[in-house]
Ligand binder design. Structure first.
Ligand code: GCU
Length: 369
């Protein structure tokens, strides 16, 4: 039956998620891992850029510890992460908040615009029973055109076609934190007993929502991937998108976030060999949660919502539900929490607010992720 959503998706003429590049169909569950790999490589080559794939060692050093964080509710550590390859190294800090009153707390890996998590926000998340990793994104590499030399840039000299952009660098930084915490847990760290890393959500707002998507979709250790108001280059479909488009992202400021192929090869969205539902679909069968805001015209909430619906066939071929809707466009404050893709539309402007956090935490509790 034609619904409002299916009609709109049809009019956007999206590339087919379930057709291999050679034109053959992805018919059954076992075909998906091959298609997933193909999509991941396509997105790295044409969108966010390729990651370094040489061996790295990761270690951490606790440089500050506060046992009375948030009024005594949490142990807060500042950890310097040392990442080394055979010819280069990088050190950057992150904050780890461990709830004291809970063992096995699910974790938020939060891409943050600030080095220290805000008091009110941190306490609210802890009170809801979660642990927090707070990564100030510019500690991994700056958000400026520095010729990709700062921070993570020293691992990989960038070419002008398929090398990583800043979003992929930030994503890579969070993945290295995950490397470290996993290793610590395996080594039986007593302090990390308060965390359950099998329930790890990576999350960010706006440009950091874009980074969270790249990080979590491509790294299967994250059980939940969350983007808030991530818009163009994030959760929103490019085809027929309103607000920010490829040509806007190509301008100074945001161009550095992507690889150069993204702009060189595709002047219009119709020329893209993918659309953002490809990125979202990499999460399947894990959980994905997308948040939009009614007045966030630059991001385009409808295109974010539709991308969730368009990613759903990847979940279905794996035998689970993606976004479950009544086939209509989303209404404000009516969250979709039933499927493995969650979505809500908040009334208001571009912002990560209390309502967004509350819904995401509720979704995590409901699905135990
Ligand atoms: C700009 C940019 C967006 C981005 C946002 C942000 O508005 O055009 O793509 O999401 O900044 O990160 O704040």
């Amino acid at each position: 039956m034609d619904t409002q959503v299916s009609q709109e998706l049809c009019s956007r003429k999206l590339p087919d998620l379930l057709t291999f590049t050679d034109g053959t169909a992805v018919k059954e569950r076992k075909d998906w891992s091959k298609r997933r790999k193909e999509i991941e490589q396509l997105l790295q080559r044409e969108f966010c850029g390729t990651y370094p794939d040489f061996p790295l060692t990761v270690s951490g050093e606790v440089v500050r510890e506060d046992n009375s964080g948030f009024g005594g509710k949490a142990l807060i550590q500042t950890i310097m992460l040392h990442v080394k390859s055979s010819y280069s190294y990088l050190t950057f800090p992150f904050q780890l908040c461990l709830p004291k009153r809970r063992a096995d707390a699910p974790v938020f890996f939060y891409f943050s615009f600030t080095p220290v998590i805000a008091d009110g926000l941190g306490e609210e998340i802890l009170d809801n029973g979660f642990g927090i990793v707070n990564l100030y994104y510019q500690d991994v590499t700056s958000d400026k055109d520095d010729e990709f030399a700062s921070g993570a840039g020293r691992f990989y000299s960038r070419n002008s076609f398929d090398s990583w952009g800043k979003l992929a660098m930030w994503a890579w930084g969070m993945q290295r934190i995950m490397d470290y915490l996993f290793k610590e847990c395996e080594n039986g760290s007593v302090k990390l007993k308060s965390l359950d890393l099998t329930k790890s959500a990576v999350m960010g707002h706006s440009r950091l929502g874009k980074a969270a998507l790249i990080c979590g979709t491509m790294d299967e250790r994250f059980s939940l991937v969350v983007s808030n108001d991530s818009g163009g280059g994030g959760a929103a479909l490019f085809r027929k998108k309103t607000g920010e488009g490829i040509q806007d992202l190509a301008k100074h400021g945001s161009r550095i976030w992507f690889c150069e192929n993204f702009f060189k090869n595709h002047a219009t969205p119709e020329e893209l060999p993918f659309d953002q539902h490809f990125l979202l679909a990499l999460t399947a069968p894990r959980h994905l949660y997308v948040c939009s805001a009614t007045e966030d015209d630059w991001a385009d909430p409808l295109s974010e919502y539709l991308a969730c619906a368009a990613a759903t066939p990847a979940y279905e071929i794996l035998g689970c539900k993606g976004l479950i809707t009544d086939g209509k466009f989303a209404s404000p404050e009516v969250p979709y929490h039933e499927g493995s893709i969650g979505y809500h539309l908040r009334t208001g402007t571009h912002h990560l607010g209390r309502y967004d956090w509350q819904q995401i935490m509720e979704y995590r509790r409901k699905h135990n992720v």
